[in-house]
Design a protein around this ligand. Sequence first.
Ligand code: SF4
Length: 311
Amino acid sequence: MHNTTNNEQTEQIERIERLKQEKNAIVLAHNYERAEVRAVADVVGGSSGLTRAANNTSADMIIVCGVDFMAEMASVLNSDKKVITPVQNVICPLARRLSRNDLNMAKKENPGAEVLLYMNSLADTIAMADCVCTAANAIPIAGAMGGDSPIIFGPDYGVTYYLRKRTEKEIITLSANGFCPVHHTILPADMIHAQELHPAAQVVAHPECRPEVQDRADYIGSTSGIARFCKESAETEFLVAADVGLSTMLRNEAPDKTFYPISEATICERMKAPTLAKVEEALVTERFQVTVPKEIADAARIPIERMLELS
Ligand code: SF4
């Protein structure tokens, strides 16, 4: 039975690879995607890596295995190409947090400030920003922006806290700021309990985690930053405050080390929506194409390209 399943999956992967070649398509997958989906991806990474890949591709078709704002970003950077998602409307609630109205108000209240938006934002708000950033580059980007001007930052409360502690710049918090419903499930009590069970482990955390969780971490960074830190560290045991998929990925990539998710309940189900079958279907049917209206795309491209230049 198990062999039959393995054979089916191998055949499915072969079909996907063939389709990619025939259609000159690439698959981009976030680190939080299912392992089998990451296996057929041409690029696997966090938001930063995926943005760079979307900006550099010569493919005619881009299959984005991630959430809505990632597909929009790929479309903004590739308005002449087909950008397709395997599942329709995979929404990141954080990315829908800010409205254009919220940003307009913040700009009016702070006329001398520049707007830096966390990439987990939709194109219509990114179009109003001076620059965007990801968890991987928020600190250098804030440092490189706008001389001494204050920076309006959002929409994630945890990343705002992380950035504030690490930059000299004045950071203005958007009153409409929200949080990631997945990283927010990790409570300080979970962390204390995990540390009691594994006292020798290093604690690594994503900056979308609550401030009290960040304060107990030895390292805070993006999914790719966490992966790099754990692999390069002389330590061998890690408690991971992020989606459980990151611990699974790290166990495969650094089999001589031990990774424990702080909470088994920390799962971004939205990122797990694409399956191999859906990726194949997307390549065959070319359904669920993501397009951003030209006016919005033209304006949103500027802050995204600025991030690419500054980072
Ligand atoms: S982990 Fe949080 S921020 Fe990332 S896609 Fe899921 S809900 Fe959105």
